[in-house]
Design a binder for this molecule. Sequence first.
Ligand SMILES: Nc1ncnc2c1ncn2[C@@H]1O[C@H](COP(=O)(O)OP(=O)(O)OP(=O)(O)O)[C@@H](O)[C@H]1O
Ligand SMILES: [Mg+2]
Length: 329
Amino acid sequence: MQGRAMAGSGRSEERPSRQINVILRSSEPPVISQTVSEPDASPAVTDKLQQGVFQEIRKELDQLVGLDNIKTLVYEIFALLQVARLRTDAGLLSEAQVFHMVFRGNPGTGKTTVARIIAKLFQKMGVLGKGHLIEVERADLVGEYIGHTAQKTRELVKKAMGGILFIDEAYSLARGGEKDFGKEAIDTLVKAMEDHKNQFILILAGYSDEMEFFLDTNPGLPSRFPIQIDFPDYSVDQLIQISEMMVKERDYILMPQAILKLKQHLLAEKAESLQAFSNARYVRNIIERSIRQQAVRLLNQYGGSSPGKLELMTIRTEDLKVDKKPNST
Ligand SMILES: Nc1ncnc2c1ncn2[C@@H]1O[C@H](COP(=O)(O)OP(=O)(O)OP(=O)(O)O)[C@@H](O)[C@H]1O
Ligand SMILES: [Mg+2]
């Protein structure tokens, strides 16, 4: 699929380049909606449509706040796979598709989460045998002597067969230039993409600017990654929504005052530390820390007696320690 998906950004004015929309590189104008819409299915094809597969994937996507354009893209991939199957059944040509992707975005913007969902979709649609995700970074690929890198990289490709090889901070492979072993890793990956076409999907992930630079400095690369997705920074409101979902999943409740405190903290934090801000990962760390604080408070407050169900669930303002930065990783 020749797609280039870029989601609208919640990034600040300092870095407007993140404010982009989905563009499809096909001859047809893109049909992009903000919701995951399904085409009308005529009774003749309904039986063959694997809508059930998509319902399951959509359930997982629905649990993610925002990322509308990514949700749309996932549906496009599903539709393409589905129609390719129908075309094959009808005796029509069905071109083999390339699904290698580039995910661009700051930490904690959902890249790994989305990669997992996509792996599952490909597995359920029969494109990938296993649908597992192998997540690696430079140190896993690059070795210590000539030939070592190619060997390490090949081994990881082998592990990823039938699934997705996800390389985080992929731009770091090009950082050291021609003499760096990173180049050997890139060359090995490119060869593996040729040798094992359609047997695994490669996703390169990293910060937007660096990934752009990385692809620009390797002329052969962009065309090998027809799907490029931008993961925008979350707005404060989206981060609050994510926090509320995270506490709900864990059977906790944030008091309204605690939400307000978190909101004010996030506004300040986002304004101050744009580069290092790790989005949903940052709020997850705050939530997990608050849960620990709440536990300590309850023990201090109640000693040996039980606090009661509601109290066990409630995270109060004083549990939310947002003055010190939580670990961003
Ligand atoms: N849109 C979202 N809605 C709800 N939770 C989210 C969303 N995006 C991310 N999260 C949660 O935030 C955490 C970090 O997400 P994830 O690991 O996918 O980010 P990432 O972009 O891969 O980060 P990194 O670059 O640091 O590896 C996870 O717990 C994930 O479930
Ligand atoms: Mg990740």
